[in-house]
Ligand binder design. Structure first.
Ligand SMILES: Nc1nc2c(ncn2[C@@H]2O[C@H](COP(=O)(O)OP(=O)(O)OP(=O)(O)O)[C@@H](O)[C@H]2O)c(=O)[nH]1
Length: 401
């Protein structure tokens, strides 16, 4: 549950947010809707106010009072329509609340002026004023304090002109006053409730949006962490090659595809010769540099579709899809040559950098990756025993070749 602080506290009398920034944001948010509704409400108000011209003739007949009444109605109707047009174009509710308030004052003045121009119809005018008051509060969108002031002006002005022009007894004036107080009270509290409800709804929506935003950020953060972790798990930090686990996954896929396509598949195990001696003589940092350089050299010498990984310590593994054993041997010999040509003499004088490579191959359905690795490893072992710095094919490979 969110606290009233996060939702935004509301003023008890106006229904507006206490925080001016939040109130301004709310008004900005509802501005387009208020603009549309104001235009529509003013057009309807102009129509209704103009419509009563029909009853003017009935009450005052032909003559100067009718002319004055019609002129006044025309003025009010025209003002309402012009203001509706202006609000539609420039009526930004968040910055020009006065423009939205102006029609209320004009309509109120028009209604008040009917009393001296048509004093005989006072009883029907009381009903019309009460209804106009409610319409001010509920139908023409505006801020509660502005509406309350305009309605009060309408009520007091109407009462004053009724007392002065229509010469009504005190008791009738009191009844009209009570009726108008009631209309104002009902309108005020209805609009206050509406203002509060709308702002509460807005605050809840904002809260929901911010929670969604937070959630989206959290998800993005987790995804990036996940991707980072995956990258760490898939890469060997020292050489930048595939980690053993990731290599196994990729090589497995390649082998399966080769078996499906019935295309050749070869596997190489590369081991640096006398690597321990490098560590012991020139230190582990130099050993690390040598491993990274050899890894880089091998990677660059392979095709993009080949996959190379670090299998362990100073041992690398390469999967060669679509490659016959004889071709794999040529690749291995090329790698062997490139490693031997690496310029390490300055850092490690009197040391010949060499690698021994074991090769195995096969794409028959019975062949699986672990047994291929085992065969390549056996060939590598044989190469080491045979004096190192050589390329050796597994027994099955030799038989096939
Ligand atoms: N600098 C460095 N050394 C490593 C790393 N991983 C393994 N080693 C070392 O590599 C050496 C491998 O030694 P051996 O298994 O005896 O192999 P070798 O000396 O190359 O001998 P042969 O393979 O028989 O030619 C060990 O001393 C390991 O400590 C590494 O990441 N960095």
């Amino acid at each position: 549950m969110s606290s009233p602080i996060t939702r935004g506290r509301l003023n008890r009398l106006t229904g507006q947010f206490h925080e001016p920034g939040r109130e301004a944001m709310y008004r900005r948010d509802i501005a387009p809707r208020v603009r549309r509704e104001s235009c529509l409400a003013l057009c309807v108000a102009a129509l209704v106010f103009g419509m009563f011209a029909i009853s003017d003739y009935h009450y005052v007949g032909m003559g100067t009072p009718l002319t004055l009444l019609l002129a006044m109605r025309l003025l009010v109707v025209a003002s309402c329509l012009v203001l509706a047009l202006m609000i539609g174009r420039w009526g930004d509710y968040s910055r020009k609340a006065w423009l939205h308030a102006l029609p209320l004052w004009i309509l109120a003045t028009g209604i008040i002026l009917i009393v001296p121009l048509r004093p005989e119809s006072l009883s029907t005018q009381v009903t019309a004023v009460a209804m106009a008051t409610m319409a001010f509060y509920l139908l023409i969108p505006n801020l509660l304090p502005i509406v309350a002031l305009a309605s009060l002006y309408l009520s007091l002005g109407f009462l004053a002109s009724a007392v002065m022009v229509a010469d009504i007894p005190a008791v009738v004036a009191l009844r009209i006053a009570l009726l108008l107080v009631m209309a104002n009270a009902v309108g005020f509290f209805a609009l206050l409730r509406l203002e509060k409800l709308q702002r509460k709804q807005y605050a809840l929506l904002q809260e929901e949006r911010s929670q969604n935003q937070q959630m989206a950020e959290e998800i993005a953060h987790r995804k990036s962490l996940e991707a980072q972790l995956r990258r760490v798990a898939e890469r060997d930090v020292l050489t930048g090659l595939d980690s053993r686990v990731h290599f196994m996954t990729r090589a497995q896929d390649l082998l399966q595809r080769s078996q499906f396509d019935k295309s050749p598949f070869s596997l190489m195990m590369i081991d640096v010769d006398h690597f321990k001696a490098i560590n012991d003589t020139w230190g582990h940092s130099q050993g690390d540099r040598v491993l990274a350089t050899i890894a880089d050299t091998c990677k660059r010498s392979l095709r993009p579709q080949d996959v190379i990984g670090r299998f362990g310590g100073e041992e690398f593994i390469v999967a060669l899809p679509d490659t016959h054993l004889e071709d794999a041997r040529m690749v291995a010999e090329r790698l062997q040559r490139k490693v031997a040509e690496l310029p390490v003499r300055e850092d490690m004088p009197d040391h010949r950098l060499t690698v021994t490579i074991g090769i195995a191959g096969g794409h028959e359905e019975a062949t699986d990756l672990p047994s291929l690795i085992q065969s390549a490893d056996q060939a590598l072992y044989a190469g080491k025993h045979g004096g190192r710095n050589r390329v050796v094919m597994s027994d099955e490979g030799r038989a096939k070749a």
